[in-house]
Design a protein around this ligand. Sequence first.
Ligand code: UD1
Length: 342
Amino acid sequence: MSKKTVLVSGGAGFIGSHVTVELIEAGYDVVVADNFSNCDMTCFEGVQKIIGRKLPLEKMDFCDEAAAKAIFKKYPIDAVIHFAAFKAVGESVEQPLKYYKNNLVSFMNVLEAAEEAGGCNVLFSSSATVYGEPEKVPVTELTPRQPAMSPYGNTKTMCEDILQDTVKASGGKLRGILLRYFNPIGAHPSALIGELPRGVPNNLVPFITQTAIGKREILSIFGNDYPTPDGTCQRDFIDIVDLARAHVFAVTRMIEGKMKKGVEIFNVGTGRPLSVMELVNAFEKVNGVKVPHKFAPRRAGDITAIWADPTLANNELGWKATRSIEETLKAAWAWECRLAGK
Ligand code: UD1
């Protein structure tokens, strides 16, 4: 059987670069496309080091309709994984149009180009943010979605609907999988790729690693009065390599025609809740470093607790999270140390 080709839009970013490595290790050809609006070449170069060869790279913006169509003509694309999107929750509240324009237009261009090229398998990177503050945890894929708390979250919900409608109307040309990520953290065990936030990190783990290394003075833990066992929020922190592997299972399921309907949805989480405080303590213990921290007021828009019921992904995709939180937090620290040249 000839090798299948996967286009990874936003493939030079944090999740995209890890997914690229796992796809290649599973025997796929990968074309990485990125406009480098929110990353540099570090992860792309890291990917090439890990796999030991050069990869096709297309510097392009999927908001450019002609460019999106051209790439589907240039390569025999069997599946596309769409990551190319803005992702800062706070910024999306301040600049909603920037988010709606970029995140929606780029995805619609991908779908149109894929359909015009004769059809394709489409994987969209959705988020647990679509569940809002759930009434019951863990959440299954049948847990109702809630109105988004930010324009960023809204773009995830809207792209889910755009995919559903487009697949339905495509007469079998398109199929899709929506992966709803919980909180992806960590880095590749090689420490050659990882998270590289610009400016002050919004997310917890990059803030922890930057504080531990001395780049930030102190970690603020947003809220210790939540109705949880220790008062801090609970999340489902999923190792980035485990998360990346879920994409390989999903792409293979689409390409092998094993889907049970036009669009399938899977939660990608561990099923294990961990509080912010537990995560900080685990990081300190496993890496033998201190993370200066203090309690601060709650952050607007944060929910109390969410974690996945990953049963459907376990049973249908045959995927399961395997890496321990200790391994994940060691990898996150090794990556930060490498960035600092230590
Ligand atoms: C956010 C987004 C989510 C996105 C995810 C990954 C929302 C509501 N959340 O998730 O859609 O997929 O990022 O990019 O849209 N925390 C601190 N101090 C810090 C940073 C974070 O205490 O300096 C706490 C937060 O209050 C929260 C937890 O750590 O309780 C996790 O925060 P974060 O890493 O930002 O992820 P989420 O907000 O869960």
